[in-house]
Design a protein. Structure first.
Length: 425
């Protein structure tokens, strides 16, 4: 259930790999993508290489830090978990562009925004350009949009920033006709995520006090560099716990993959076609070791494990899975250190001078489907890929109990999606 929304609301929305999040205020912000094309959407197609700037790397790293801190706040809930860190952080970056004073300081600390404003915004813009500049062997679409109350006066500087760096155009809506406005936004979200995110905004979340809704949509679909052979997929045990076991379709293949072992876990990285993106699976060695592994996760730890990994011949087994997650993020974000943004004392005067604004809530929804051909998701380096020399050893990686997984960009090291599977059904 969504909590009731008080007077001045800021709403923003976003999607990732079929993921979407939104927040509400009497003004709002969006996320993810420079210089819009006509429809406000951009698609990964053949393009000249985009230079990975220092600002883009810094933004990727701060997004990753935020990802693991937010994961730590969300992991206490039961069941599968899946979200898009850059989708959330980009939407909040757009909101941050309109924040002032102590509200701005708290948001910067919670989100690890330590670059000057121009460099931060440029870093987000370049990172998104890099992620979208692909060779056509996978699909990555991104779109941002601001939905503003018709005739409401937003500061030109705020709209210029969101348009220039995030590609977010302002579309006027009449929020006094809240149901019609809700349906317009939901239809846009569904279209941008290829039908994977439906009814993002439930009835009652928009009202006549709404001033701005910010939406960001990301859709991702890619095939594996080394596809699983469908004929080899067979039902196999998946241990939900020491007391419960299910049978689930499980994919199998042997190939050379980046592999690493830690005292607690096995790490396997499987590239997508084209070699720019990869899925990393972190499998606890102990059946009940997920909580201990999650407690150890951090951006620095992941960097270390990946740097120490080597290409080896791996006999890999991975269950097919499909999951959708939805989160109300106001409380986790408050706990991460930005409570003022959600209070009546919030200062978003950089968006509008007309009235006081505050964030009412942040909602994020994400979808992922992993099968033999690859991955479909909706809601977004400098490390050289090690040469796959002739593997000297052979290891078994059998994901037959709860595990953590993520999808990352190898050029920038940005984690596009992060989650866990405790039940693949």
């Amino acid at each position: 259930m969504l909590a009731p929304y008080s007077s001045r609301l800021l709403r923003f929305a976003q999607l990732a790999a079929a993921a979407f999040a939104w927040a509400m205020v009497a003004g709002c912000s969006d996320a993810l993508r420079p210089e819009p094309s006509g429809s406000g959407a951009q698609r990964a197609e053949a393009a000249s290489p985009v230079e990975v700037t220092a600002q883009a790397r810094a933004v990727a790293r701060t997004s990753n830090q935020f990802a693991f801190e937010l994961y730590d706040r969300l992991r206490g809930a039961e069941g599968n978990l899946f979200f898009s860190p850059p989708s959330i952080s980009t939407a909040l970056a757009m909101t941050y562009a309109g924040a002032e004073g102590e509200t701005r300081r708290q948001m910067a600390e919670a989100l690890h925004f330590d670059l000057p404003p121009e460099e931060l915004n440029a870093g987000f813009a370049t990172l998104n350009q890099v992620l979208l500049a692909r060779d056509g062997r996978h699909r990555l679409d991104s779109a941002n949009r601001l939905w503003g109350q018709a005739s409401y006066k937003f500061r030109p500087e705020f709209l210029k920033t969101t348009r220039r760096y995030f590609g977010a155009e302002l579309a006027p809506l009449d929020f006094t006709q809240s149901e019609r406005a809700r349906q317009t936004i939901n239809d846009w979200v569904e279209q941008q995520t290829q039908g994977k995110i439906v009814e993002l905004l439930p009835p009652g979340v928009l009202d006549e006090k709404t001033r701005l809704v910010l939406t960001n949509a990301i859709y991702f679909k890619a095939g594996w560099e080394h596809e699983f052979v469908e004929a080899l997929t067979a039902d196999a045990p998946f241990l939900l716990s020491k007391q419960e076991q299910i049978e689930t379709p499980t994919m199998q293949q042997s190939n050379a993959f980046l592999y690493e072992e830690t005292p607690q876990a096995q790490l396997l990285e499987m590239p997508y076609a084209g070699g720019d993106l990869a899925m990393v699976v972190l499998l606890p060695k102990e059946l009940d070791g997920l909580a201990d592994l999650e407690a150890e996760l951090s951006e620095d730890k992941l960097r270390q494990w990946l740097a120490e990994g080597e290409y080896q011949e791996v006999e890999a087994s991975l269950p097919k899975f499909q999951t959708t997650s939805q989160f109300m993020l106001s409380e986790p974000l408050k706990a991460l250190g930005m409570p003022l943004a959600f209070s009546d004392q919030a200062d978003f005067s950089g968006m509008s001078a007309a009235e006081g604004l505050k964030i009412s809530d942040v909602v994020h929804k994400a979808f992922v489907d992993v099968n033999e051909a690859g991955t479909e998701a909706a809601a977004a380096t400098g490390v050289a890929v090690k040469a796959a020399a002739a593997p000297a050893t052979h290891v078994v990686f059998r994901a037959d109990h709860p595990f953590v997984f993520l999808i990352r960009d190898l050029r920038t090291e940005a984690i596009l999606f992060l989650g866990r599977i405790v039940d693949p059904r």
